[in-house]
Design a binder for this molecule. Structure first.
Ligand code: XMP
Length: 527
């Protein structure tokens, strides 16, 4: 499935004077390419595939990367670039569809191959060209294509080949135009980062001096221009994404920002107080706290089915948010901390359940319901970039490094019925899990750690008495992207301390288990 990319036209008043543009032809990987370029300390942004040469000049582009895409260049509906971009003297790098397009536009031929090539391929690079400086002659690359260049015009020379793809890389003989049939941006391509580094530093001549702080300046400038005198509403959850979104907006428009925190009664212990105190330490602007615990608990009464829980929480959230937003006069925009992985998971995700899970509750449902214009300043970023940005913006490390917390909150960790009493048990157990992990110095090493309350009672003995009480599961995972995860191999003495403390300190719990399932096949959350 292809995601819809909204790219705003920017003006000439940019902070980063050296930038690479990724012309997006509908690739799943466009943002990954942009991220890889930013990793080389060169600013990069994604633009529409048919951007005009004039707009490219306004962007001060030092290089143009034509992304991959699902189309075939020979089909009528194939997205094309403006033909003038090849004559601008700006280095062009076509990747996959981008290479096929460049070759096709400049006199070559592209055909479908009998069997789609997907996966690793051994690539032979036979040139001393700048693009392949420092790359071994034989290198594993990642292919994902159904078409390939079958003939290049005499203006091009081949730079690499694989067993099934005779033109795996090309270069124009006179113009600074390159093409790669494989994907240098994915980690499966060995030395892919070096190839991109060669392109942006040696071929495009960027100095590699850009820092994420400049992204903040850029974004702030862009937000100012877009919002003008308007008012923006931002939903706060206490998580890093919404906090960084609010911080960017606050820097851009100050008191024109209004934030809404919906207390759904499914927050962790002291979470509302923490969010409010962090908010008032950093922002002198409007904060609306909606006390909606009863509303959510009523909506969840008697519900045990996980999907039904999510649906009801989603609807109740929209209801509360809408009501509060109506009180904010002149609000025209709604800001959301959507990250790139959210975009993948909610729209283009190939891996099933996450897509469904995220669709229900994420605030993504809000904009059309409420009639606001949507602002998503973090849409191109990955979690670790957002964290670094948060630090740049002066947010405290404690907030920036906080483990993710799902929108439906403790409801999806309180298996079975969600009641005030059961939530209180879970909250007490959860705070012990997290504080023990912090105490052991493992909070940053683990990606997400929490407690889960099962709808299971078992027999125990406390003192001399028989108990028949609840079971708490400790879950801790290590992951880079939250799409796959391994259970954390926590030290036994840490697990032992957690268990002892939970059983001793939390009334109603007599048994603690540790979850040793990875994702897949399990998920990180239990519901
Ligand atoms: P799963 O359980 O799908 O979780 O392996 C992957 C990551 O996503 C978080 N998660 C959610 N986040 N709304 C969110 O905002 C949700 O409905 C939701 N479900 C899961 C989960 O905490 C983990 O970080």
């Amino acid at each position: 499935m292809q995601e819809q990319i909204v790219v705003e036209e920017t003006t000439g008043s940019q902070v980063a004077q050296q930038r690479i543009l990724v012309l997006d032809f509908g690739s799943q990987y466009a943002r990954l390419i942009a991220r890889r370029v930013r990793e080389q300390h060169v600013y990069c942004e994604i633009v529409k595939h048919d951007i005009s040469p004039e707009a490219i000049k306004r962007h001060h582009a030092k290089g143009l990367i034509l992304s991959g895409g699902p189309s075939s260049v020979y089909s009528n509906a194939a997205p094309k670039c403006h033909p003038g971009i090849f004559d601008m003297g700006i280095p062009v790098l076509g990747i996959c569809y981008g290479m096929q397009l460049a070759c096709d536009e400049l006199g070559g031929k592209v055909h479908s191959v009998p069997s789609r090539e997907y996966g690793r391929a051994r690539c032979h690079t036979n040139s001393g060209d700048a693009l392949f400086q420092g790359i071994p002659e034989e290198v594993d690359v990642w292919m994902s294509h159904g078409d390939q260049v079958t003939q290049i015009s005499e203006n091009f020379e081949p730079l690499a080949s694989t067993g099934t793809c005779p033109v795996a890389a090309v270069k124009h003989r006179e113009l600074p135009i390159y093409g790669l049939q494989f994907h240098p941006e994915v980690t499966h391509t060995a030395h892919g980062d070096q190839i991109l580094r060669n392109y942006v530093l040696s071929i495009c001549g960027c100095d590699g001096a850009w820092q994420l702080g400049a992204f903040a300046d850029e974004t702030v400038e862009r937000l100012r221009q877009r919002v003008g005198q308007g008012r923006v509403i931002c939903g706060l959850s206490g998580g890093v994404d919404s906090s960084v979104t609010a911080a960017l907006l606050y820097r851009a428009i100050g008191s024109q920002l209004s934030c809404i925190l919906v207390n759904n009664g499914l927050l962790r212990k002291a979470e509302q107080e923490t969010v409010i105190s962090e908010f008032s330490n950093h922002f002198q602007t409007d904060l609306h706290v909606v006390a909606a615990e009863d509303l959510f608990l009523d909506a969840l009464k008697g519900v045990t089915d996980p999907q039904e829980k999510r649906l009801r929480i989603g609807h109740t959230f929209i209801e509360c948010f809408k009501k509060e937003a109506e009180k904010i006069e002149d609000a025209r925009f709604l800001a959301q901390g959507t990250l790139y992985p959210d975009v993948i998971e909610s729209g283009a995700a190939p891996d099933g359940p996450a897509a469904t899970i995220k669709l229900h509750h994420n605030v993504g449902g809000l904009p059309s319901e409420l009639g606001f214009e949507l602002i998503e300043p973090l849409r191109d970023l990955f979690k670790d970039e957002v964290r670094r940005l948060g630090i740049e913006l002066g947010l405290p490390a404690e907030l920036v490094w906080r483990h993710p917390f799902p929108g439906p909150g403790l409801a999806v960790r309180c298996l079975g019925p969600v009641t005030r009493e059961r939530l209180d048990i879970l909250r007490e157990a959860d705070v012990i899990v997290v504080s023990e992990i912090k105490e052991a110095g493992l909070y940053r090493q683990t990606s997400q750690a929490f407690a889960v309350l099962l709808p299971v009672q078992s027999v125990g003995v406390m003192g001399d008495a028989r108990t028949y009480d609840n079971t708490v599961v400790v879950r801790s995972v290590d992951t880079d992207d939250f799409m796959t995860a391994d259970w954390s191999h926590l030290p036994y003495d840490l697990l032992s301390r957690m268990s002892t403390r939970i059983i001793n300190e939390v009334d109603g719990v007599n048994r603690v288990c540790y979850d040793i399932s990875s994702k897949p096949p399990a998920t990180i959350e239990w519901e």
